[in-house]
Write a protein that binds this ligand. Structure first.
Ligand code: GLC
Length: 431
């Protein structure tokens, strides 16, 4: 379909910028933790729903904060990387004030702890892209030199512990490790129904407990081998490949070792995505489920995600954009990009299931795809996506996710990474 490519409405932009700045200020948490007396100072995803520090959220917050004060971006990631362990692991939640928010840990989240103050779970390594953006904005080499060692150790941990078949694709061992907790692409592996919608979340919680029981006495290296839930996820691996690309660039910029090793690893992961996940007939990428690597053919936005990689073949990028992103029966809805294609039976745009990633639109997804579209020369599509994202937030507020037809906001209020629209607005205004 044709794309209008019109500009962001200035009044809408003004409203969204003011709201985003308010949220980034209001969500700040700082103090001294009982965890070894460490100081923390970061933006939480939502004071009313998510009062801890989350791994990929903080990387997105750091990017949004570039438009408030780059020093706060650095502080966000310095705080995050205090959670880095000697073996390279970084938990997906750091529980700086665990006692004050104990209710959430006991009753609301399905999580597995690796330590009193962090989980045993990973999230997508967006941090490398965030450090790259901070470096581009500030030229601060000392910051990059501080961040590179814990980032390199984390990426090495992923390769060592989460790529048991050594194919260049890292594996998730529970759905929330991609950050896409209840995505219907995991329903089959998790044994979760989509009807009636009220059954979805309780079934997910039960299935999560099943995984936790299986992992209980197994070492991290042994857990993927149990094959109770194993996903080589396209979004996770696109972010992993992109992170390795960023690590190579940052290492070169400050004369740190391993730049070539990271560049090679990034190419290898993209090669594996093409070889194992790309479906030439459908023009899409599919996740691989289990050690048998069965393609999980549920159409969600992640099937388009390799678009974020500048090295993706131009012909493949064109098919993703022309055949699917701009397809009004799948992803090009009034407020794109829905987390699940409208053509899927599980598509739940108005949040009937009361759980995440089953239809509504998320701003971090639009942010990644925006830059991917620009990297591949689809500037008009990128501009239209930014315009509709800002229009959506101008109507729905700074919420966790949005109805792709009406822009109504759902889930958490004052949601941190929804402030990434600051980056889209700045990019569009500077042309
Ligand atoms: C939800 C999202 C997850 C995010 C977390 C904190 O669980 O699914 O991706 O990290 O909230 O915002």
């Amino acid at each position: 379909m044709a794309v209008a490519g019109s500009r962001i409405d200035p009044a809408e932009a003004e409203r969204v910028v003011a709201e985003a700045r308010r949220v980034l200020t209001g969500n700040r948490q700082s103090g001294t933790s009982d965890w070894d007396g460490m100081r923390y100072d970061f933006v939480c995803p939502s004071p009313t729903h998510y009062p801890f520090q989350w791994f990929w959220d903080s990387a997105f917050h750091a990017i949004a904060l570039l438009h408030v004060d780059p020093e706060l971006s650095k502080q966000e990631l310095r705080c995050l990387m205090q959670g880095a362990q000697p073996d390279g692991f970084v938990g997906h939640m750091l529980l700086w004030e665990r006692e004050a928010h104990a209710h959430w840990l006991q009753h609301e989240y399905s999580i597995r702890l690796g330590h009193p103050y962090f989980t045993a779970t990973i999230q997508p390594p967006v941090v490398a892209r965030a450090v790259e953006r901070i470096f581009e904005a500030t030229g601060d080499k000392a910051f990059v030199r501080d961040m590179l060692p814990p980032m390199a150790r984390f990426f090495d941990w992923l390769a060592r512990v989460r790529d048991p078949d050594d194919d260049g694709l890292i594996a998730l061992i529970q759905p929330d490790e991609s950050g896409l907790d209840a995505s219907p692409k995991y329903d089959k592996a998790m044994g979760i129904p989509h009807e009636p919608p009220t059954d979805t979340l309780p079934a997910l919680r039960r299935s999560m407990q099943r995984l936790f029981t299986a992992y209980k006495d197994a070492a991290p290296e042994a857990q993927p081998l149990l094959d109770v839930f194993l996903f080589e996820d396209v979004m996770m691996n696109s972010i992993y490949a992109d992170g390795l690309r960023a690590l190579a660039k940052l290492s070169r910029a400050v004369g740190a070792p391993d730049a070539e090793r990271f560049a090679r690893a990034s190419k290898r992961t993209l090669g594996a995505l093409m070889r194992k996940c790309w479906d030439e007939e459908a023009g899409l990428f599919w996740d691989l489920s289990g050690t048998a690597e069965e393609q999980a053919k549920v159409l969600t936005f992640t099937s388009l995600f390799p678009l974020i990689l500048p090295d993706l073949d131009a012909r493949v990028a064109k098919r993703l954009v022309r055949d699917h992103l701009l397809n009004e029966r799948e992803f090009w809805l009034p407020y794109p990009v829905p987390s699940v294609a409208a053509s899927e039976v599980t598509f739940d745009p108005s949040w009937q299931t009361k759980t995440t990633w089953r239809g509504p639109t998320w701003v971090n997804v639009n942010w990644y795809l925006y830059w991917g579209l620009r990297a591949h020369g689809f500037d008009d599509v990128a501009s239209e996506l930014a315009r509709r994202t800002v229009a959506m937030q101008s109507r729905g507020g700074i919420r966790e996710f949005y109805d792709p037809f009406t822009a109504e906001g759902y889930g958490a209020t004052d949601f941190g990474w929804s402030c990434l629209s600051l980056d889209l607005i700045a990019a569009e205004q500077s042309g």
